[in-house]
Design a protein around this ligand. Structure first.
Ligand code: IPE
Ligand code: IPE
Ligand code: MG
Ligand code: MG
Ligand code: MG
Length: 287
């Protein structure tokens, strides 16, 4: 499969899955449901589902067995963005070029929308149709719950708020954890051997760090391009790699991390070509 086909097909599949999960019939709290779907169906790049599909395909999983995981990781990611934008956190009015969830609705609904998206993610992993075994689903739940919690995204967000001096540890947790989980979910669906999983995890760790440095570099670009307020990290007095070390050193760090990542993944041979091509494309993104 080539990269263009993967990108096109995975986007179509994931949007279709969301249509299914946000079909509003018989919903007891329609406003909450609207806040949830507003935050998910708003033009995200769907990078995490892409990583699930790319990894899964590279190691022989079927589309149908990757759908649930692709959908679930994007639900957790969307939840993390809703809470990240709240006044108590980054206080951002703009997300993906539109009013952020708490602006379009209100803070209580935004908090609840995040909570409910997180629950929905686990429901999808457990219940989405497909040939996955109960053990595979269990491993997926373990991966997702670890990545979203204290030792993952939430822990990293706490370090971000505490203005930790260990920038890379904070990046690894707040952003790396969900990207690592994306690759692991694809690998679990493909039943890869344990040593392959370990290599993929190391690769994904570097990708996660590079991805967040790139996000920080994009912070100073025009709001119209990035779909987020321009310069918010500076306004919020955040410690980011570009703010601490400069633009040039940040670009060099991204290159260093990716060179090392491609070196790490070499033992897996050309099975990882798709993943490598995708990674290079992700780090050239403009939003
Ligand atoms: C933004 O992630 C938040 C980070 C973890 C850096 P993305 O750049 O993947 O955002 P969307 O989903 O495309 O909006
Ligand atoms: C990543 O960091 C946020 C999450 C882990 C949700 P940022 O705060 O930099 O992400 P953006 O720039 O708001 O998308
Ligand atoms: Mg943040
Ligand atoms: Mg933010
Ligand atoms: Mg950012």
């Amino acid at each position: 499969m080539n990269l263009e086909h993967l990108i096109e097909t995975s986007k179509i599949r994931v949007e279709k899955l969301f249509d299914k999960y946000f079909d509003s019939h018989l919903c007891p709290a329609p406003l909450l449901q609207q806040a949830m779907s507003y935050a998910v169906l708003n033009g995200g790049k769907r990078i995490r589902p892409l990583l699930v599909y790319a990894t899964g395909h590279s190691f022989g999983a079927k589309w149908d067995d990757l759908d649930g995981a692709a959908c679930a990781i994007e639900l957790i990611h969307s939840f993390s963005l809703i809470h990240d934008d709240l006044p108590a956190m980054d206080n951002s009015d703009l997300r993906r070029g539109k009013a952020s969830c708490h602006k379009a609705f209100n803070e209580p609904l935004a908090i609840l929308a995040g909570d409910s998206l997180q629950s929905l993610a686990f429901e999808v992993i457990v219940s989405h149709p497909g040939q996955l075994t109960a053990d595979q689903r269990l491993q997926m739940i373990k991966t997702l719950s670890y990545a979203g919690g204290l030792y993952g995204m939430a822990g990293g967000q706490a370090l971000d708020l505490a203005k930790t001096p260990s920038l890379l540890e904070m990046y690894h947790l707040k952003t790396g954890a969900l990207l690592i989980a994306s690759i692991k979910l694809g690998a679990i669906a493909a039943n890869v051997p344990h040593d392959t999983l370990i290599i993929l995890e190391k690769f994904a760790k570097n990708l996660g760090l590079a991805f967040q440095i790139q996000d920080d570099l994009l912070d100073t670009e025009e709001s119209q391009t990035i779909g987020k307020p321009q310069g918010l990290d500076i306004i919020n007095d955040k410690s980011t790699y570009p703010i601490m070390h400069g633009v040039l050193a940040s670009q060099e760090k991204i290159n260093e991390l990716m060179t090392e990542a491609f070196e790490l993944i070499k033992p897996l041979g050309n099975q990882t070509q798709l993943l490598q091509e995708l990674t290079l494309q992700l780090l050239q993104r403009k939003k």
